[in-house]
Design a protein around this ligand. Sequence first.
Ligand SMILES: *[C@@H]1O[C@H](CO)[C@@H](O)[C@H](O)[C@H]1NC(C)=O
Ligand SMILES: *[C@@H]1O[C@H](CO)[C@@H](O)[C@H](O)[C@H]1NC(C)=O
Ligand SMILES: *[C@@H]1O[C@H](CO)[C@@H](O)[C@H](O)[C@H]1NC(C)=O
Length: 341
Amino acid sequence: MRECFCLLLCVLHFTEGCHVSGHKELKVVTGYTGGSVLLPCSCTDPQSTVKTLRWNHYHKGKKQWIEVFKHEEFKDRLKLFNERLPTNLSLLISDLRKEDEGDYSCQISQTYTDFRVTIKGCDLDQNKPTIKVTGHSGESVVLPCSCTELQAKPEQLTWTFTPLNPGINPEEIYPHERSERHTGRVKLLNETSPGNLSLQIVNLSEEDQGEYHCSVSSQRHVSFTLTVQVQTSEGNSIKSLFILLSVLSVVVLLVVLALIYWKCRGRRDVQKTNNGLVLVCSENEKQCDVSPNSATHRENLKQDENEDEVTYSSVVHVKTASKPAHIQTDITEHSEYASIK
Ligand SMILES: *[C@@H]1O[C@H](CO)[C@@H](O)[C@H](O)[C@H]1NC(C)=O
Ligand SMILES: *[C@@H]1O[C@H](CO)[C@@H](O)[C@H](O)[C@H]1NC(C)=O
Ligand SMILES: *[C@@H]1O[C@H](CO)[C@@H](O)[C@H](O)[C@H]1NC(C)=O
């Protein structure tokens, strides 16, 4: 009898109803239009069973609490996570709208936890005067427009174009490319942040000149005036002629420098006189040494020539340095030609 009572207690314990954690608490959550919010809710005891779960929302228009899963406004925008874990009662609301703002409640039996949800929408900086943008024909241009909250996606966005010619009505270019002249040439730059509403126009032409409006509602818009500068082919040829001239002058300068260098180098070379004497020309002294007084000098000279990579040269061996009178004949007799690599 006593064991039976214990078993009953145990069964009762396992089938005990869920008590919402954070009973009677109020959490503040912020979301952005077009984004999503997760409202966390769970049972205090993960082993408990959930019999009745209600997610309620205080509807401002109806001025009463409504059950979100039974309401058209939330159709296909709600998600629960209790499949894997039955006591995870969190609610995900996606594709948020401004109207979703307000109070929510996770309720099980007699326990509940509340949420105050704020939804930030797309607002444009209205105080800006008309922005002047200049582009060049054939190139692309970006008309910068963005929500004050870059995470917020505008509930509606339109870009319109009014040509310069008077009497022509504004044409929609985004999202519907009603303006034929812009077909396939406009792109919204919202890839990184949904609140970036900047418009890129590629392959500009003079006809793109005019007024552009970025608007997220009938009252909220930013205006631009686009001017397209035409780049003439004449301008291009003058540009290339200028480039050609500057390249040419650099080449001429290099040639002149090379000539000067080559001349200076040539002066250091050993020159042979008509009568076979070796002239040593010094750059500093600017005079040539014709007296063959020192044999070692000549050997040095030979080495110098080697270093200077002269391929062919005459080398004179003077053995009778003490008798300058006989040098002339000696030289002619003892002259030999050596090729030096
Ligand atoms: C419930 O599931 C959501 C989504 O997977 C997760 O973010 C959250 O942490 C879970 N909560 C609990 C209490 O397990
Ligand atoms: C960019 O805008 C297009 C058209 O409004 C929309 O379909 C797309 O989801 C947006 N991308 C992002 C990242 O918000
Ligand atoms: C919008 O996107 C473009 C292209 O990625 C970027 O150059 C620009 O800075 C963005 N604007 C803002 C306000 O982040």
